[in-house]
Design a protein. Sequence first.
Length: 58
Amino acid sequence: MNLTSRERMKLLRKRKKYKLRQIANQVGVSVPMLSMYENELTNLSKEKEAKYRISIMS
């Protein structure tokens, strides 16, 4: 099974038990926007995408 990078990041977020609200606050987006991003319905700016990845990896 091949996962997209967003699917892998979402799984990692869930494994670490990070809530969407926590990550959305760190990234500076709304919870619905972050959910839509994780479900590949919208994109984030490159800056916010980088913050998203850093927030989950830390």
